[in-house]
Design a protein around this ligand. Structure first.
Ligand code: PEP
Length: 252
C-alpha cells in the first residue's frame, strides 16, 4: 500500500543550466505512468529553474535545508516560504553532512522540520547511526532516539507529509552499503518507534527510505525489503542513466 519514493540529493553539485538539462534528459526517458514518486533535491539556486523544467513531468523538486525562522538576521539561511515560492515541494532536513559539518543537532533538526511542515512543505527527515554505534550494537537505540527527538511536537496530520530516510552515516558517499537485511531491520525499528508515538496505522502509512551508496546495482534488492519504501540517493542521482535505473527498479 505504500508507494516508493525515489529521491536524489544533488548536494553541492549542478549549476542551474546543468539542472535544467538533467531534468529534461531524465523526463524524456520516463514512462507515462510511474509507480514511484520521483524527487530531486537540488541546490537553492537551482530550485526555480528546476521547477520550471519539471513542469508537466512526474519529477518533483526539493531543497536540501531550511531555517526554522520565517525571516530575519540569519545570514546564509533560507526560509520555508522562500523555498515554496521558488517551486520546492520537499526539503531534506537533518542530512548527516549537515549534522557532521554544520553543527546540526536533533534539536535544530526538529525545529527545521516543524517550520517546514507548518509552511506546507514535505520533509525528508534523515537519521542514522555512525560506524562506532553500529559496531557497539546500539543502532536500534540510536535511531529510536533520533526518531523521537526529531519528530517531537509534530502532529499526526503533519506526519503524513514526512518521509524518514534511514541513512547509516558509514554508508553515505563511501561505496559501503548496508545489506538489504540491515536496511530492512533498522527501517523496521524506525517504523516500530513511529507506531509507539502515532499508532500502527500511521506507522504503516509512513514512507521510510534507505540511503547510503544506493545505486543501479543494489537498488532492486534493497527495495525488495518490506520496510524499505524508496531511496535517498546521492552520487548515483547525478547521472541520468544511473538514477533512471533506480527508478526502473522501483517501477517493477
Ligand atoms: C545522501 O547524500 O543522502 C547519500 C545517500 O549519498 P550517497 O548515495 O552518495 O551515499
Amino acid at each position: 500500500m505504500r508507494k516508493y519514493v525515489i529521491a536524489g540529493n544533488w548536494k553541492m553539485n549542478m549549476t542551474p543550466s546543468a539542472a535544467k538539462k538533467f531534468i529534461s534528459d531524465l523526463a524524456a526517458t520516463l514512462p507515462a505512468q510511474n509507480k514511484c514518486d520521483i524527487v530531486l533535491c537540488v541546490p537553492f539556486v537551482d530550485i526555480a529553474p528546476a521547477a520550471e523544467a519539471a513542469k508537466g513531468t512526474p519529477i518533483h523538486i526539493g531543497a536540501q535545508n531550511v531555517h526554522f525562522e520565517k525571516s530575519g538576521a540569519f545570514t546564509g539561511e533560507i526560509s520555508a516560504d522562500m523555498l515554496l515560492e521558488a517551486g520546492a515541494e520537499y526539503v531534506i532536513v537533518g542530512h548527516s553532512e549537515r549534522r557532521q559539518y554544520f553543527g546540526e543537532t536533533d534539536e535544530t533538526v526538529n525545529k527545521r522540520t516543524r517550520a517546514a511542515l507548518a509552511a506546507g512543505l514535505r520533509v525528508i527527515l534523515c537519521l542514522g547511526e555512525v560506524k562506532e554505534q553500529r559496531l557497539a550494537g546500539i543502532t536500534d537505540e540510536v535511531v529510536a532516539m533520533q526518531t523521537k527527538l526529531d519528530l517531537a511536537g509534530i502532529t499526526a496530520e503533519e506526519l503524513k507529509r514526512v518521509i524518514i530516510a534511514y541513512e547509516p552515516v558509514w554508508a553515505i558517499g563511501t561505496g559501503l552499503t548496508a545489506t538489504p537485511e540491515q536496511a530492512d531491520e533498522t527501517c523496521g525499528t524506525i517504523r516500530r518507534t513511529v507506531a509507539s508515538l502515532y499508532g500502527q496505522a500511521a506507522a504503516d502509512a509512513l514512507i521510510i527510505q534507505y540511503g547510503g551508496s544506493m545505486n543501479d546495482a543494489n537498488a532492486a534488492e534493497l527495495l525488495s525489503k518490506e520496510n524499505v519504501d524508496g531511496g535517498l540517493i546521492g552520487g548515483a542521482s547525478l547521472k541520468t542513466d544511473k538514477f533512471k535505473a533506480i527508478i526502473d527498479a522501483a517501477n517493477k
